[in-house]
Ligand binder design. Structure first.
Ligand code: ATP
Length: 744
C-alpha cells in the first residue's frame, strides 16, 4: 500500500513538475521578446521610410523655392512653420527612438534574468527526475523482492519484516523527499512571483510600447497631414504661378503692342529728326574744331594776358617808383618847407613864461604882481618896474594860468622835428625860483616839457614803426664851474672832455659819455632811477646845486627808413647821423656878482655868467650869420655846437617871476630874451641891439645900481653851501624830469 501511495505521489509530483514547466513558460517570454524585437525592427524600418519621405519632401520644397522664389509670401511662411513642426516631430521621434532603445535594453536584461531562472529550474527538475528515477528503481526492486518473498513465505515474513524495517527507512527518505519537495515548491512559488513581476513589467513595457506606437502613429499622421498640406500649397502656388505667368504674358502682349505703336511713332519722329540731327552733327563738328583749337587759343590768350599783366606790373612798378620818387621829393620838400617855416619863424624862438605868485614870494607889496599882459597880443607882456611900465615882445608869452599842456603844444613841433633828423635845443632860462624846473620837469601829476617830449617821441616812433626803424638813446650830463660830468656814468666825478670826432667829419663827441638805449617809458624810468641813485650819493644840497649848474638831458633819435634804407640825416653829436633833442635846464641867471660874493661863490657866479653870456654870443653870431661863431667860449656852447649850428632849432623858454621884489631880475631876463629874439631883425639893428650885450651886462642887467633883493633863499648861497654844488647839479637833472621817472 505504501508503495502504491508512493507511486501515486510520485506521479502527482511528475504531473506537478510538468505543469510547473508549462506554467513557467520560458519559451513564451522568449517569444514575447522576439515579438518585441521584430516590432522594434519594423518600427525602425518605418522610421527609415519616414525619414526618406521627409528628405524627399525637403528636396521638393527646395526645388519649389528655387522655382518660385518669393519673399515673405504666406506659403513660404507656412512652409517654414511646417518645417518647424516637422523638425519638432523629428526631435520627438528621436526621443521615442531613444526610449525604445532603453526599453530594448530593459527587455534584454529581463530576458537574461529569465534565462537564468529557467536554467536553475531545469537543474532542479533534472535533480527531481533523477530522484524520481532512483525511487522508481527502488520501488521496482522492492516489488520484485516482495514478489519473490511471497513465493517464499518464511523468508517472506522475514523479508516483510525487513521490508517493513526498510519501509521505515523509505518512509524517512520519503519524508526527506517531501521536505525537499516542499522546498522546491517554495522555490517554484518564488519563481512564480518573480515571473509575475516580470510579466507585469512586460505588460507595462507593452503598454509603453503601445503608447509610443500610438505617438509614432500620431506623428506619422501629422507628417502625412503636413505633407498633404504642403502638396496642397505647392499645388496652389503652382496655380498662382501659372496664373501670374498668364497675366504677365497678356500684359507683355499689351505692352508689346504699345511698344510697336511707339516704335512706329518713333520711326516717324526719326524721319522728322534727321534734318535736326544733321544740324546738330554740323554744330558738333564745329564745336569739336573749336575744342581742338581751344588750347592754341588759350595759349594765345594766356600769352597776351601774361603780357598785359607784366605790362600792368611794370606800370605799377614804375608808378611805385614814381610815387617813391615823389614821396622822397615830398619828404625833401616837407623838410625844406619846414625849414623855411622855421626860418621864417626863426630858428631861435623865444618864449616867455610867467609863473604865478607863490607862498615863497611872501606877502605885502614885495609879493605884489608886477607883470601884466596884452589881451590882444599873446606875444607881449608889460613889467611895472620902479613905477614905469616896460613892454616886451617875444614870440609867445605864457601867462601864470597857462597849463603845462598849452606850453607843450607850442613846443611839440620842435620835438617831433628831431625824429626827422633835426637837432633841437630847448633852454629854460631865468633866475632861480622863476619856474625853470617846473616848466621842464613839472610835477608828477602835471609833467613838464621833458616828460611830455619823451612820451611824444615814443608814440611818434611807434606810429612810424611800420616804415621806420628808430633807436632812441639817452645821455645825461651837467656843467658846473665849466666842468662837464656824466650823470649816468660809473664815475660821476670824472670830468669829461669834448673832442673832435677822429673821422675828420668835424663833429664833436664826448668820450666816455654814457648812452642808454631806451625803448619805452619804463626804460626811461630805469635810467632816471639810476641817475637818482647817483644824485643821492653825490649831493648834499640839491637845491643850491641845481640852481648853480646847467643840466642837460640829451635824447638821440636815429632812424632808418625800412623801404628806402635812408637814414635821418642831421649831423649829430658823437659821430652819428641822427636827430638830437637837448633839454637844458640852465643855472639861475640872477646877478650874484653884484652882491659882493667872494671865493668859490664868486667863481661859481663867474662861470655861470660866462656860460650864459657865451650862449648869448653864440646865438647872436648865428643869427647875424657871422663867419665866426664863438662856440668854444663855454663848455655849454661847445657841447651844443652841433645842435645850435646849421639848420638846428632852438627854443629859449625865459622864465620870469611876477613878484614885485623880483622885477630887477625879471627885467634882466626879459631883456636877454628880447635881445636873443631881436637878432633875427637884421644885422644892423641886431648889431645896434647887441652892442650892449656883454657878459657883464648880462650879469648886471640894465640897472647897475640895483642889487639882488634880500631874503631870496636861492640867490645867495653861502661859501659853505657852494662846496656841495658839484653834487647838487644833478638834482636839476633829476628834478627837471630828465632823471625823474615819468609818471605813467
Ligand atoms: N607855471 C607855474 N605854475 C605853478 N607853480 C609854478 C609855476 N612855475 C613855477 N612854479 C612854482 O614856483 C616854485 C619855483 O619853481 P622852480 O623850482 O621850477 O624854479 P627854478 O627856476 O627851477 O629854480 P632853480 O633854479 O632853483 O631850479 C616851485 O614851487 C614851482 O612849483
Amino acid at each position: 500500500m505504501g508503495v502504491e501511495t508512493l507511486k501515486e505521489k510520485l506521479l502527482e509530483q511528475a504531473q506537478e513538475i510538468s505543469r510547473l514547466r508549462s506554467e513557467l513558460g520560458g519559451t513564451d517570454a522568449e517569444k514575447h521578446r522576439d515579438l518585441l524585437a521584430a516590432e522594434n525592427e519594423r518600427l525602425r524600418q518605418e522610421m527609415k521610410a519616414c525619414e526618406g519621405e521627409l528628405r524627399e519632401l525637403q528636396r521638393q520644397q527646395q526645388q519649389q523655392q528655387q522655382q518660385a522664389p518669393c519673399q515673405d509670401c504666406p506659403h513660404l511662411q507656412e512652409n517654414a512653420r511646417l518645417q518647424e513642426q516637422l523638425s519638432q516631430l523629428q526631435r520627438e521621434a528621436e526621443e521615442t527612438r531613444a526610449k525604445l532603445v532603453e526599453l530594448d535594453l530593459e527587455v534584454q536584461q529581463k530576458t537574461n534574468r529569465l534565462a537564468e531562472v529557467e536554467l536553475r529550474l531545469k537543474d532542479s527538475l533534472a535533480e527531481r527526475a533523477e530522484e524520481e528515477e532512483r525511487l522508481s528503481r527502488r520501488l521496482r526492486d522492492s516489488q520484485e523482492t516482495i514478489a519473490s518473498l511471497k513465493s517464499q513465505p518464511q523468508q517472506i515474513k522475514y523479508i516483510i519484516k525487513t521490508v517493513e524495517v526498510e519501509s521505515a527507512k523509505a518512509k524517512q527518505a520519503l519524508c526527506e523527499t517531501q521536505s525537499r519537495n516542499q522546498y522546491l515548491l517554495e522555490q517554484v512559488g518564488m519563481q512564480k512571483q518573480v515571473l509575475k513581476e516580470m510579466e507585469q513589467q512586460l505588460q507595462s513595457s507593452q503598454k509603453t510600447e503601445a503608447q509610443l506606437r500610438a505617438q509614432i502613429m500620431m506623428y506619422e499622421a501629422e507628417l502625412e497631414r503636413a505633407h498633404g498640406q504642403m502638396l496642397e500649397e505647392m499645388q496652389a502656388m503652382e496655380e498662382e504661378k501659372n496664373h501670374a505667368i498668364e497675366e504677365a504674358f497678356s500684359r507683355a502682349q499689351v505692352e508689346m503692342k504699345a511698344v510697336h505703336e511707339n516704335l512706329a511713332g518713333v520711326r516717324t519722329n526719326l524721319l522728322t529728326l534727321q534734318p535736326a540731327l544733321r544740324t546738330l552733327t554740323h554744330d558738333y563738328n564745329s564745336l569739336k574744331r573749336q575744342v581742338r583749337d581751344f588750347p592754341l587759343l588759350l595759349q594765345e590768350t594766356l600769352r597776351s594776358a601774361r603780357a598785359e599783366i607784366s605790362q600792368a606790373i611794370e606800370e605799377v612798378h614804375s608808378t611805385n617808383r614814381e610815387l617813391l620818387r615823389k614821396y622822397r621829393r615830398e619828404l625833401q620838400l616837407r623838410k625844406k618847407c619846414h625849414n623855411e617855416l622855421v626860418r621864417l619863424k626863426g630858428n631861435i624862438r623865444v618864449f616867455g613864461r610867467v609863473r604865478p605868485i607863490t607862498k615863497e614870494d611872501g606877502e605885502g607889496p614885495e609879493a605884489a604882481n608886477a607883470v601884466t599882459f596884452d589881451a590882444d597880443d599873446d606875444a607881449v607882456l608889460h613889467l611895472l618896474h620902479k613905477g614905469k611900465q616896460v613892454s616886451f615882445e617875444l614870440d609867445k608869452v605864457f601867462p601864470p594860468q597857462a597849463s603845462q599842456e598849452e606850453v607843450f603844444q607850442e613846443v611839440q613841433a620842435l620835438v617831433t622835428s628831431c625824429i626827422d633828423g633835426y637837432n633841437v635845443c630847448i633852454f629854460a632860462y631865468g633866475q632861480t625860483g622863476a619856474g625853470k624846473t617846473y616848466t621842464m620837469e613839472g610835477t608828477a601829476a602835471n609833467p613838464g616839457i621833458n616828460q611830455r617830449a619823451l612820451q611824444l617821441l615814443f608814440s611818434e616812433v611807434r606810429g612810424k614803426a611800420a616804415d621806420w626803424d628808430y633807436t632812441i638813446t639817452v645821455s645825461a650830463a651837467e656843467i658846473y664851474n665849466e666842468a662837464l660830468r656824466d650823470l649816468l656814468g660809473k664815475e660821476p666825478q670824472e670830468k669829461l672832455e669834448i673832442k673832435l670826432c677822429p673821422d675828420g667829419s668835424g663833429q664833436l663827441y664826448v668820450p666816455g659819455l654814457t648812452e642808454f638805449r631806451v625803448q619805452s617809458v619804463e626804460d626811461i624810468n630805469k635810467v632816471f632811477e639810476f641817475g637818482h641813485i647817483k644824485r643821492v650819493t653825490e649831493c648834499t644840497n640839491l637845491n643850491e646845486h641845481s640852481s648853480r649848474s646847467h643840466a642837460l638831458l640829451i635824447v638821440t633819435v636815429r632812424g632808418l627808413d625800412r623801404s628806402t634804407g635812408l637814414r635821418t640825416t642831421a649831423a649829430g653829436f658823437g659821430c652819428v647821423s641822427s636827430g638830437k633833442l637837448n633839454l637844458v635846464d640852465l643855472a639861475g641867471s640872477e646877478r650874484v656878482g653884484r652882491s659882493g660874493a667872494e671865493g668859490s661863490r664868486l667863481r661859481e657866479a663867474q662861470h655861470i655868467n660866462k656860460s650864459l653870456s657865451a650862449l648869448g654870443d653864440v646865438i647872436y653870431a648865428l643869427r647875424s650869420r657871422q663867419g665866426h661863431v664863438p662856440f668854444r667860449n663855454s663848455k655849454l656852447t661847445y657841447l651844443l655846437q652841433d645842435s645850435l649850428s646849421g639848420d638846428s632849432k632852438t627854443l629859449m623858454m625865459v622864465q620870469v617871476s611876477p613878484a614885485e621884489k623880483n622885477t630887477s631880475e625879471t627885467l634882466c631876463s626879459l631883456k636877454f630874451a628880447e635881445r636873443v629874439r631881436s637878432v633875427e631883425l637884421g644885422p644892423v639893428s641886431r648889431k645896434a641891439e647887441l652892442g650892449s650885450w656883454t657878459s657883464q651886462e648880462h650879469l648886471e642887467g640894465d640897472s647897475p645900481g640895483s642889487t639882488a633883493p634880500p631874503g631870496r633863499s636861492h640867490t645867495s648861497p653861502s661859501p659853505g653851501q657852494l662846496s656841495s654844488r658839484s653834487a647838487s647839479i644833478r638834482r636839476k637833472l633829476h628834478t627837471s624830469g630828465k632823471l625823474r621817472p615819468i609818471p605813467l
